[in-house]
Design a protein around this ligand. Structure first.
Ligand code: SAH
Length: 391
């Protein structure tokens, strides 16, 4: 709801406020203390996005609320539904920034893959979001609103939903807002069904370790040694594996819980038996689940970033099993609509943070030579490939 005039600052958004913050914000207005509870329930349990629809409030209070606050829902700028039922949303935020969120059916449950930032600064060599560049952090309200917008669009109950912070951005670089959003969302959806995935931001992991209640933690590992990991994940240069593993060994886990390690399999880069052996050794003693993800190829990533043949993936998984690890292979979902892991780019943007201007189509580039998987090669502007334009 864009109620503010174009040049006036937007009214404060209520969606990201905790119960206590909401009560405080409403104090000058509410005639009775229970009003804050009523409004909080209307916002979060009933998903109401319009003060006028809060019919259990007096008319005057509804009008006063609408004058002072907003309930910000993103605009659904595009929605694509994959053959497997996965739905990818392009959501436009109040300042025009765009993000993607994905709704993935999974038997009688569903997983919503949420973005925490409108882009990503980490520049992992295999990830299209990182290729596209950094974007601003989302507010807590914007994170919560992704769930509301999709639930309303798809008529989902909170029951049966899993939430994963595996969309665009690095959640641990926006941890205060991610935490505030989780506090709110976990009233409807159990913390056991919420997972935060990090590329390995150690200060963020240490901060989460101090939270009194925690969601599940997933770590994008992708390589078992510093040399390779630094090559494909630049964050490893400032947060190398020994420090990361030490922080994870200190991380408090409740009984029966494990840390999920995501490991993308990239053909001829990190998929050999030796890599599997080193991975097993690296994780020894940690309560770990390993999630193997055959790389989702993408035109902008080039031919250096493709999945291994299925036999190689199976052999890698077997190798980990033989060393006592629970390793699953993640089924690719929504790849026909560019909704799979590492394919989220909020397709209204051009690379490295520049919003697309309306411009005549550029000529197709000449065919490119075989590329190294190193990120320098993957940094070439790619907005001109036909695949990009199609998105
Ligand atoms: N920044 C966080 C959250 C993004 S999660 C993180 O790195 O964990 C996105 C997940 O998709 C991560 O495990 C990421 O490594 C994975 N991913 C990125 N690019 C991919 C690709 N091309 N194929 C498969 N998985 C990919």
């Amino acid at each position: 709801m864009k109620s503010a005039a174009a040049d006036a600052p937007p009214l404060p958004d209520l969606l990201g406020l905790s119960r206590a913050e909401l009560a405080q914000a409403l104090q000058p207005l509410a005639d009775r203390p229970f009003r804050a509870v009523q409004i909080y329930e209307a916002l979060h349990a009933r998903g109401i996005a319009d003060f006028a629809a809060m019919t259990d409030l007096t008319k005057d209070l509804r009008a006063a609320l609408a004058e002072r606050f907003r309930i910000e829902r993103p605009e659904i700028a595009a929605r694509e539904i994959s053959e497997d039922g996965t739905a990818k949303y392009l959501l436009r935020l109040i300042d025009g920034a765009s993000i993607e969120a994905v709704d993935i059916p999974d038997g009688d449950r569903r997983t919503l893959c949420l973005s925490s930032q409108a882009g990503c600064a980490l520049a992992c060599a295999f990830c299209v979001t990182g290729y596209w560049g950094a974007g601003r952090s989302l507010t807590a309200g914007e994170i919560v609103a992704q769930v509301h917008a999709i639930r309303q669009d798809r008529h989902h109950e909170a029951d049966g939903l899993n939430l994963v912070f595996m969309g665009m951005g690095e959640p641990l670089l926006n941890l205060d807002n991610v935490r505030a959003a989780i506090e709110i969302l976990s009233e409807q959806i159990s913390l056991r069904r919420i997972t935060v995935s990090t590329a390995g931001v150690i200060p963020g992991i240490e901060e989460m370790a101090r939270w009194p209640r925690r969601p599940n933690l997933a770590v994008s590992l992708h390589a078992p040694d510093d040399e390779l990991r630094s090559r494909i994940m630049p964050i490893n240069r400032s947060h190398p594996l020994a420090d990361l593993l030490a922080a994870l060994r200190r991380y408090p886990l409740e009984r029966g819980r494990r840390i999920t390690f995501e490991y993308i399999l990239i053909r001829d880069v990190n998929d050999s038996d030796e890599h599997a052996d080193r991975l097993a050794k690296l994780l020894r003693g940690l309560p770990a689940k390993i999630n193997l993800i055959p790389t989702n190829p993408d035109a902008v990533l080039g031919p250096g970033m493709v999945p291994p043949p299925p036999e190689r993936t199976a052999a890698f998984q077997q190798r980990l099993y033989d060393r006592g690890y629970n390793a699953t292979v993640r089924k690719t979902r929504g790849d026909d609509i560019g909704a799979a892991c590492g394919q989220l780019r909020a397709f209204a943007r051009d690379p490295r943070g520049f919003r697309r201007e309306i411009s005549p189509p550029r000529p197709s580039p000449a065919p490119e030579p075989e590329r190294e998987p190193a990120r320098a090669a993957a940094r070439r502007p790619a907005g001109a490939t036909s695949r990009n334009r199609a998105l």
